[in-house]
Design a protein around this ligand. Structure first.
Ligand code: HEC
Length: 169
């Protein structure tokens, strides 16, 4: 018990020192920048950056946000294309971009930060990746028949995973 307290104390102490040291480094660094060449302006005009924040590769949104803000609208674009085909070149390019976005965001669901396990999740995600790839190819080929054929399998990729993970959407 005593040993543990000492260890915890040491860890707390060293975390404290690390924070203090990095505050000095960050502070010193930004002072150097402020004192040096006036080169650190962002395009928004405000160069204020949270000095405490470490650069991080952590996800920006939540899984629910990826679903409702990226996966739902991009898959809907593919699902509605057969009944409301793009009217011009720009429309087809937009559809290509939506299919590509769906494919790439689906690929990122395989990353460990999103994957809920390493078997069923992976299999379900791959179904969506394949459907999005098919959609991308169909949009590039301006192939409305292929897009119509994709409708049911694409929709089923959503249902399959939501069933497996008891998502009531
Ligand atoms: C690999 C699994 C998987 C696939 C494939 C999948 N989803 Fe999801 N979806 C989830 C999970 C898990 C949640 C619950 C997220 C949460 O609430 O944190 C979810 C939630 C959602 C939600 C609700 C988000 C909210 O705001 O609560 C929507 C909308 C959604 N999915 C749309 C789709 C669509 C459309 C597709 C198919 C194109 C799809 N999902 C494919 C796993 C999946």
């Amino acid at each position: 018990m005593r040993t543990r307290d000492v260890v915890v104390g040491r860890i707390r102490g060293s975390v404290c020192c690390v924070l203090f040291a990095s505050a000095l480094i960050v502070g010193g660094f930004s002072n150097a920048l402020l004192g040096g060449a006036p080169a650190v302006e962002t395009s928004s005009g405000s160069a204020e950056v949270d000095e405490e924040a470490e650069p991080t590769d952590a996800p920006v949104g939540t899984l629910a946000e990826l679903m409702s803000l990226v996966i739902l609208p991009t898959s809907n674009a593919l699902l509605y294309a057969p009944s409301r085909p793009p009217e011009d070149e720009a429309g087809w390019l937009e559809l290509q971009g939506q299919a590509l976005t769906l494919a790439e965001i689906s690929r990122s669901l395989l990353d460990e930060e999103w994957a809920l396990d390493d078997d069923v999740w992976v299999a379900d995600t791959r179904l969506m990746i394949e459907a999005a790839k098919t959609g991308f190819e169909a949009a590039k080929a301006r192939d409305l028949d292929a897009l119509l054929e994709l409708n049911e399998p694409l929709y089923q990729t959503c249902v399959t995973c939501h069933d497996d993970y008891a998502v009531s959407y």
